[in-house]
Design a protein around this ligand. Structure first.
Ligand code: SAM
Ligand code: SF4
Length: 345
């Protein structure tokens, strides 16, 4: 495609995002802030330094960027962070995406949240067109919750989950399985979620960024967890695929769905359909690689969107074939230096 000639931006067959391995990019996860009201041990250090506000995209810039991706055929947007719902005025962004949902250009608008602000926003999210959300929750015990999140309060999150249920949102709970921290509790969490009609997905800890918690110590391969769960329940493999690192089973006894996210394996890279954007407008083509391109400069350089479209088109061709995560038990250093709160989960 001749990028230089693409100045009139409407969604057409030839401005769909297809990378050099033939993968169609239709899913963008965008972090709207690196800030958070929690300090989860596997995600941030307690004295985390946050980005200067001037470096973070304004809500208007975020809207322009999301709309640009939609013009390129992106069908699913996940708003994440940091904690997306602590960003002041965040509903402006959700509401600005509603027309794209109504026109059918965007198929799904969703978010990943720690649940702390859902009591305030659940109804507004539904009004904006959000139907499903992911809520992160690793334990149902207040003391373990405090140990993991450092600053979080479990009752507030449970209230948030209740508000989301009452508002009619479909909920998936995301649980980071951590050896010696919450692994013994995982069956109870699954039973609890399924009893309330919520799916639950287990996540392996990932070696990202600098945290004061030691991720290698708590790393628990989900193959081990699955073997344990199989002693208790009948797990039936599901054919559902997300083009991401999640694999699903249905549990016969609970009637609910359980996912396993194993990002350290490579078995999903072939069908990867997603890219990630940080709150400063850096587009990362892969969670586990450093390839990136700055979208903030083209956004700020011109009120027109031509420069952003050109940058996105060029960037996608640079999407790596697969990620490169490693946990090095000797050196205990992460393979990728940026924290999850920067790239977004
Ligand atoms: N604050 C929101 C939340 O917690 O859901 C959204 C952002 S958070 C970075 C997104 C997801 O990443 C959460 O489910 C969190 O548990 C997960 N996460 C953060 N750091 C991780 C790590 N090192 N390994 C695995 N999952 C991680
Ligand atoms: Fe905040 Fe989510 Fe990171 Fe926990 S995982 S510190 S809630 S961004």
């Amino acid at each position: 495609m001749n990028i230089e000639n693409k100045k009139q931006w409407t969604t057409t067959e030839d401005n769909q995002l297809i990378d050099s391995f033939g993968r169609h990019i239709t899913y963008v996860r965008i972090s709207v802030t690196d800030r958070c009201d929690f300090r989860c041990v596997y995600c941030m250090s307690e004295d985390m330094t946050f980005l200067p506000k001037k470096d973070v995209l304004s809500l208007e810039e975020l809207e322009r960027l999301c709309s640009a991706f939609i013009k390129h055929g992106v069908k699913k947007l996940r708003i994440t962070g940091g904690e997306p719902l602590v960003r002041r005025g965040i509903m402006t962004l959700f509401n600005s995406m509603t027309p794209h949902l109504q026109s059918g250009a965007l198929h799904e608008l969703t978010l990943t949240t720690n649940g702390s602000q859902l009591h305030r926003y659940a109804d507004d999210l539904v009004k904006a067109g959000v139907k499903r959300i992911n809520i992160s929750l690793d334990t149902l015990h207040e003391d373990t919750f405090r140990k993991i999140t450092r600053w979080g309060r479990l009752p507030q999150v449970l209230d948030g989950i209740k508000a989301a249920q009452d508002a009619g949102l479909k909920i998936k709970i995301n649980t980071v399985a951590q050896k010696g921290v919450n692994d013994h509790e995982v069956p109870d969490l699954i039973a609890w979620a399924h009893s309330q009609g919520m799916a639950l997905t287990l996540i392996e800890t990932m070696p990202l960024g600098s945290t004061t918690g030691d991720i290698t110590d708590v790393y628990l391969p989900l193959t081990e967890m699955r073997a344990q769960l199989e002693k208790r329940w009948t797990l039936v493999d599901s054919n559902d695929r997300t083009n991401g690192p999640a694999r699903y089973v249905d549990i016969k006894e609970t009637g609910g769905r359980l996912g396993f996210i194993t990002p350290l394996t490579h078995n999903f890279c072939d069908t990867c359909n997603r890219v990630r954007v940080t709150s400063t407008g850096t587009l990362y083509m892969c969670l586990g690689q450093e390839n990136c391109i700055d979208l903030r400069s083209p956004l700020r350089a011109s009120e027109k969107d031509d420069l952003i479209h050109d940058a996105i088109t060029r960037a996608i061709m640079d999407k790596p074939q697969k990620h490169d995560f490693k946990i090095d038990p000797e050196k205990r250093i992460p393979a990728v230096s940026r924290n999850m709160s920067v790239t977004g989960g």
